[in-house]
Design a protein around this ligand. Structure first.
Ligand SMILES: [Zn+2]
Ligand SMILES: [Zn+2]
Length: 358
């Protein structure tokens, strides 16, 4: 059954029309492009291979409502200063809307809200997860979490890096304001003269918020649907039997069923695009193909989870990338386990190797 679904999705993706990009290049530093009347798009630099995050400014009457912020570092703060002195000059910021708890989106929310004495609007999950990490960043080093990685075949170096991720995270995130305004899926958020439906999607990030304006078919998609990157979908050691890939695919399905095909997608990274339905199909097919490759490897012989990394990642991974890759691999493993097509082979009473169930 799973295989039928895999083949169906792949066929559809190869037949799909290409995406259309209304802007051929992104704004330069301190520039902002108008992507719709009264909605500006700018970029804040990131010190990663993915070198930027998109931020949006929505006309909010006497000022701009901000969507997402960048991580907290010197370069990002300077980029904000340049935007505030340039394309945003003369109008105040009214509020900061954060789509999800990843540091490239929530990082400077505390800095902006404090500096301008404006509210933070986000999901309860984003706020509490960020707060939770700041209260106990070392908690991820607990033996029970380290054991999850080691037991499944990840090496010591990569495990040590994952275990200190709480500290890394806080290094990129300014302290949150003590209060926030909660946004919930199904809410209607008025920004200036526009109304936006608040949508939530798992599990690129838990309860990631997205905004949709039906009149102009504008979709602020955060990281859920990016034009060229498949957003990271990961299992964490805190919830090792979680099925984030199942949740992500479910969310993609809901976006395709609920939003018009001709929506302008304003994503968290890379270029705005048209072709939401095609991109949803491509992303789903990408994951189904990866699942099929894992299943095939496990049909040939049982594997420890970490041994399957080379099935999904052909380039050489450093320990840092290895941690992310492993968490992403496990999302596919749990998806297949939950659907009964993969099973554990136990050894001495412990889950040791993965084998195909068919
Ligand atoms: Zn993200
Ligand atoms: Zn992001």
């Amino acid at each position: 059954m799973a295989r039928d679904r895999v083949n169906g999705a792949m066929t559809k993706a190869t037949e799909s029309a290409p995406l259309v990009f209304p802007f051929s290049a992104p704004p330069e530093r301190s520039e902002a492009f108008e992507v719709a009347p009264g909605i500006l798009w700018a970029r804040i630099p990131l010190p990663f291979r993915l070198d930027h995050v998109n931020v949006y400014f929505i006309d909010d009457g006497d000022g701009w409502a901000v969507v997402d912020t960048g991580i907290d570092n010197e370069k990002a703060r300077l980029a904000w200063d340049a935007l505030l002195a340039g394309p945003l000059a003369g109008r105040r910021l009214t509020r900061v809307i954060v789509t999800h708890m990843h540091p490239d989106h929530i990082g400077l929310a505390g800095w902006l809200t404090e500096q301008f004495d404006i509210p933070l609007l986000t999901s309860q999950t984003a706020y509490i997860e960020c707060l939770n990490l700041s209260l106990a960043p070392g908690k991820l080093q607990a033996p029970v979490y380290r054991d999850f990685y080691l037991r499944n075949g990840l090496d010591e170096a990569a495990t040590a890096l994952i275990a200190t991720m709480g500290h890394d995270y806080l290094g990129m995130v300014a302290p949150l304001p003590p209060t926030f305004e909660r946004l919930v899926a199904g809410d209607r958020l008025t920004i200036g003269k526009r109304n936006f439906d608040v949508l939530a999607g798992d599990r690129h990030a838990p309860e990631q918020l997205m905004l949709f304006n039906g009149e102009e078919r504008l979709f602020l998609a955060a990281d859920q649907a990016l034009a060229k990157i498949s957003p990271n979908v990961s299992v964490s050691a805190m919830s090792p039997r979680d099925d984030p890939l199942g949740l992500y695919l479910r969310s993609l399905g809901a976006l395709k069923a609920g939003l018009p095909a001709d929506s302008l997608v304003l994503p968290g990274h890379q270029l705005p695009f048209y072709g939401l339905h095609e991109r949803v199909d491509e992303l789903a097919a990408h994951h189904e193909a990866r699942c099929e490759a894992l299943l095939q490897a496990c049909r040939e012989k049982p594997h420890r989870p970490a041994e399957l990394l080379t099935v999904l990642f052909t380039r050489k991974l450093d320990p840092h990338q290895m941690g992310f890759a492993f968490s992403e691999l496990f999302a596919h493993v749990n998806y297949l386990l939950n659907r009964g097509v993969l099973k554990w082979i136990e050894r001495d009473g412990r889950r040791a190797r993965l084998a195909a169930a068919d």
